[in-house]
Design a protein. Structure first.
Length: 228
């Protein structure tokens, strides 16, 4: 695609100092990042089975796990109606080790100041063979006042691979970055998923990591899988 000459770029509605919306796209439709999060969980749905722990609520456990889930738990850092476990993921001795078959960690790790400690806890509470399915932002705004003061990080595929690989082992971690310059710009402006086409959403440009997904499996140290 040919680039316009200097001074000939047609900015249109994007030439503004304020975003089109600060509501992540909720006021216009569905947020763009949900496309990648939900596509990832759909592709990994067979893994969402047995005893499942999800952070915040159980919407994705129910949606993608269906009748494969035997026990559904919700972890929250403070008491609320949905939480079955109240704990800080960076230090949760009250959660027994080797408990869960699957852990769903969507758009949470950026809010944890010590993500390494959180990943070590995740590894500990998973059963052998258990899997964590994690998503977190790459290119993003942080306009939500509820989270602004505790939004510590954005990630890259390289940092995610090193973070999870150091705990689970590199060969048991799959990291994927999704998005492109258009999805990143649209998300920063608060546009909705419905305002982009599927082909625009599906195009991946490794120079514009909009959303990172991680699938990491736990294996005992001396198992054949762990030695690969």
């Amino acid at each position: 695609m040919r680039s316009p000459a200097v001074g000939r770029v047609a900015f249109g509605d994007l030439r503004r100092l304020e975003p089109i919306s600060r509501e992540w796209g909720f006021d216009r439709g569905r947020p763009i990042d949900r496309y990648y999060i939900e596509r990832f969980l759909h592709d990994q749905a067979a893994t969402i089975a047995g005893r499942v722990l999800e952070i915040g609520d159980d919407q994705y456990t129910r949606r993608f796990g269906a009748d494969r889930v035997h026990v559904s738990d919700v972890l929250h850092v403070s008491e609320n109606a949905k939480a079955t476990i109240v704990a800080d993921l960076t230090s949760a001795p009250q959660i027994p080790s080797d408990t869960f078959d699957c852990l769903i960690l969507c758009q949470t790790l950026q809010l944890i100041f010590d993500p390494g400690a959180a990943v070590r806890t995740i590894h500990r509470v998973l059963k052998n063979g258990g899997v964590v399915l994690a998503t977190f932002p790459g290119i993003t705004q942080r306009s939500d006042p509820a989270w602004r003061d505790t939004w510590y990080w954005s990630f890259t595929s390289s940092s995610a691979r090193r973070l999870f690989g150091g705990v689970f082992g590199d060969s048991h971690v799959e990291v994927t970055a999704r998005g492109n310059v258009l999805t990143a710009v649209a998300f920063l402006h608060g546009l909705a998923l419905e305002e982009l086409t599927e082909s625009e959403l599906e195009f991946s440009d490794p120079d514009y990591e909009f959303l990172i997904t991680v699938r990491a499996a736990k294996h005992p140290p001396n198992s054949p899988q762990a030695l690969r």
